[in-house]
Design a protein around this ligand. Sequence first.
Ligand code: PBG
Length: 325
Amino acid sequence: MSVFPIYRPRRLRANLNIRRLVQETQLSVDDLIYPMFVVHGENTAIEISSMPGCYQYSVDKLVDAAMELASLGIPATILFGIPESKDSHGSEAYAEDGIVQQAVRAIKEAVPDLLVITDVCLCEYTDHGHCGVIENGEVLNDPTLDLLVKESISHAHAGADLIAPSDMMDGRVGAIRYALDEEGYDHIPIMAYSAKYASAFYGPFREAAESAPQFGDRRSYQMDPANVEEALREVALDIEEGVDIVMVKPALAYLDVIHQVKSEFQMPVAAYNVSGEYAMVKAAAQNGWIDEKRVALELLMSIKRAGADMILTYFAKSVVEWLDH
Ligand code: PBG
């Protein structure tokens, strides 16, 4: 009789309890950040057609949604604002009574424990839809920094718990860190979109946030999907500039980037499971082609396995339900 291999891997897969003991990666409610969109108006919740189950909320409805997150035990939300009017310099982004500023105040009053992260960018607020100041068709870096700083300070002033710059201008983490400290906000962490790629997966978000560029694309400031060394350089720069949490975005087509960033740096890593990644799963599930729960949990687990410590995901609320049942 031939000698059977001594080691039989199936021994550790035989039943649920042994599988629980040897499970290497955990996905939990502790890992989740739920993105939300806020618009002017009252008693409004407009479903985003390309993101079923996600809404543009007026501030009052957003507060209800924030309460729901807290009751589900989700630690944090990240807010995106849709202003009433747009202009070349995105002035609603740093207005005292801007939509995000109103939203932060209302949530912090009603649900003080829920962490409120604010996305700092200009594309939702500029009439041209780019993430910075434009001159002769170019997005200018350094003049944009002044506006991002103003936006960050006004978010902090409104009560934001974390500031999340998503613009991809050079030097913005340092500029924002310096200004926050000057203004007495040295306790507010920065979660930077450090490695943010020029991705087609943001399509549904741009419908949700009404932020599609009116000309050209974002390739002069967001990263080329082909590059990973560049991502590591971006992360290293953000660390030098004082970042607290680094983010890779999108997540699923960039699991290798998440893995390398986590292996290379001793930093908390966030991954953004973006709108297009969510929409694909939703669409396939609505067609009856895949099992939404199993596919979504498998994808989110893969993001954790790659090395993410936390995930920004439109599935957050569903995940809590799924993990409870
Ligand atoms: C703003 C911003 C974008 C996303 C987050 N912040 C869009 C973009 O860069 O065009 C995308 C999020 C998603 O697709 O879910 N700059």
